[in-house]
Design a protein around this ligand. Sequence first.
Ligand SMILES: Cc1cc2nc3c(=O)[nH]c(=O)nc-3n(C[C@H](O)[C@H](O)[C@H](O)COP(=O)(O)OP(=O)(O)OC[C@H]3O[C@@H](n4cnc5c(N)ncnc54)[C@H](O)[C@@H]3O)c2cc1C
Length: 415
Amino acid sequence: MRNGNVLISGASVAGPALAYWLRQYGCTPTVVERAPAPRPGGHAIDLRGTAREVAERMGIMGQVRAAHTGARAMAYVNAANKKVAVMPSDVGESGGVIADIEILRSDLVRILYDATRQDVEYVFDDSITALVQRPDGVEVTFARGAARTFDLVVGADGLHSKVRSLAFGPESTFVRDGGQYMAIFPADPGIELDGWELFHNMPRRPGDPSGYGRMAGIYPMRDRAQCRAMLAFSAPPLPRGHTDLSAQKQLLADTFDGEGWLVPRLLEHMWQTPEFYLYRPSLVHLDRWSAGRAVLLGDASFAGSIGQGTSMALVGAYVLAGELAAAQGDHRVAFAAYEDELRAYVTDCQKPIPGGLKGFLPPTRTRIWLRNQFIRAIAHSPWRRMFTGDLEKSSNAVTLKDYPVVQETRSKGVA
Ligand SMILES: Cc1cc2nc3c(=O)[nH]c(=O)nc-3n(C[C@H](O)[C@H](O)[C@H](O)COP(=O)(O)OP(=O)(O)OC[C@H]3O[C@@H](n4cnc5c(N)ncnc54)[C@H](O)[C@@H]3O)c2cc1C
């Protein structure tokens, strides 16, 4: 295939998934990742709708199922850990608040890396610093390694994509700040979870101008004594490049100081773990996902869905590689077709959740109580789908094409 020498920036979900599919079409992808190894950490993520079909076609579904977190139900609890509102979990395989495929992000990243590491060149601990597009290729300069020329460059490097800033323009043009922080880290909750994900809301702190409350949550990790803890709160963004872990942890400690439930215990564990991830969910929108020989994939081009970012990354990787193969490497045709195929699906997945951030982080005790009463009232009614919006519909809003070469390999039982 023409244009088969492809550089992918980012080795999380989108990057390795794309590398996998490009290899199926005989390309030679190189993946450059800023971190020294595939990054651990992060939330449990759901594989929904069409993304499950992609995982099936990659032949990784067995490993994905084996890594299920064990979560099967979700409830809001009060400070005494009494369940005060139980979310419905029976609205279809792709539509429940907990998808039937829920695995830790780090487990999925490991599975994708293992599926590709044998025949894909991975370059860790490096990053692109400059791109110069020529009619027949892209000259790429790296922070550490020697400059190289590639046919195409893919930005699968997340919300703060370097490829996007080099080839498309400044981040502020494309990223809309979500207004809240989420911190994820492993902790020992000291209670038996038995498959429950538990969340506890706290009202807005006195003097906090944000208009939102705070939330702490815990959810199970398969076969592990520890759980994942999640703390969510609204706050102005930290200055860019604010990567000092202890300063980030101190922000959490100050924000949740003096609270009840399991919060003091979770904060204690937070200080002990190096596996701490603080992020700021935000919406990414670009009118075009490609610029010349550079194209964006995953969070770099369409972050901002609730719970579908990983699914979109997997589906996007499948479609981008497939369209390149279908166009026999003609990147202009392929990039336009990639966007045509995915735009409506992505737009559907990026729709805000019902109740918005106020439903997630109610600011007062009264609003928390009202939210819980609302859940209790309709949890078993025909309107229970309101909690998740139309996840079932949006996660299935794209139908996978059978790209020619894949059909061939699948019929031989390879893919
Ligand atoms: C450590 C981590 C934890 C996460 N935790 C959560 C979570 O708890 N909840 C949630 O909703 N989403 C989380 N995400 C985001 C989630 O993985 C994505 O929304 C989704 O899976 C789409 O993945 P992606 O591959 O497009 O982007 P990402 O998963 O964001 O991956 C981008 C990759 O690019 C790398 N990278 C960034 N800049 C450069 C650069 N200049 N050069 C080379 N490589 C670069 C990053 O290190 C990362 O490995 C997390 C991402 C990471 C990296």
